[in-house]
Design a protein around this ligand. Structure first.
Ligand SMILES: [Zn+2]
Length: 207
């Protein structure tokens, strides 16, 4: 998934999944703040509840956009299919609460209702997509897999991120400070900056 770009504009999206032993990767957030880089954070309700202080740091910064990464970080399905070891939502009611509960919580805390939704594993079946759309949200994927779900080495993540071109949506994670991939994400962003890339938030480029 890309957006219509004018020139070298790239959207950086960072997921905060609320998985085991996660937190906030300050290497990435510090770098963004220092360089005035805009980013879109997809945040799960689990993560918000674990790290309210870190969440406040993000949503109070006007560089950053807060979007919806679901309540329990489930792939969006209507049949419970598992993807990447994550159990999908089992039916329409479960998908509804996965999306709406977190949208409501984000709106209550930040005063802004999210527009976009990225499911756990960025997986959507076709019926889930229709439902998400009917609920008034746009499901968001990506075009550049920046950190291999934090599985990449620093060097591989650097290379992957630095390949982004105008109109690309980079996905990476900002919840695993202990992994080397985050270091590589920062190095890749540095290369993009040197290359004259301008970073945009999704709310600036997607309907
Ligand atoms: Zn995630």
């Amino acid at each position: 998934m890309n957006f219509k770009a004018e020139g070298k504009t790239v959207a950086l999206t960072l997921d905060l999944c609320g998985s085991k032993r996660d937190g906030l990767d300050e290497r990435i957030v510090d770098f963004l703040e220092r360089n005035g880089i805009k980013a879109t954070f997809f945040v799960s309700l689990r993560w918000i509840q674990k790290f309210p202080g870190a969440f406040e740091r993000l949503y109070k910064n006007p560089l950053f956009e807060i979007e919806n990464h679901g309540t329990a970080h489930r792939p969006a399905s209507l049949n419970g299919r598992s993807v990447f070891g994550l159990r999908g939502t089992a039916n329409s009611a479960e998908l509804y609460s996965e999306v709406a509960q977190t949208a409501d919580a984000i709106e209550q805390l930040t005063g802004r209702r999210p527009k976009f939704y990225r499911s756990g594993g960025a997986y959507y079946d076709e019926f889930a997509l229709l439902q998400i759309n009917d609920m008034g949200f746009r499901a968001v994927g990506f075009s550049v897999f920046g950190d291999g779900g934090t599985g990449y080495s620093a060097n591989t993540a650097k290379k992957a991120v630095s390949k982004a071109r105008g109109g690309d949506i980079i996905i990476a994670h900002a919840n695993h400070q202990e992994k080397t991939s985050g270091k590589g994400v920062v190095a890749g962003l540095e290369l993009l900056l040197q290359d004259g890339v301008e970073f945009v938030r999704l709310d600036e480029v997607l309907e």
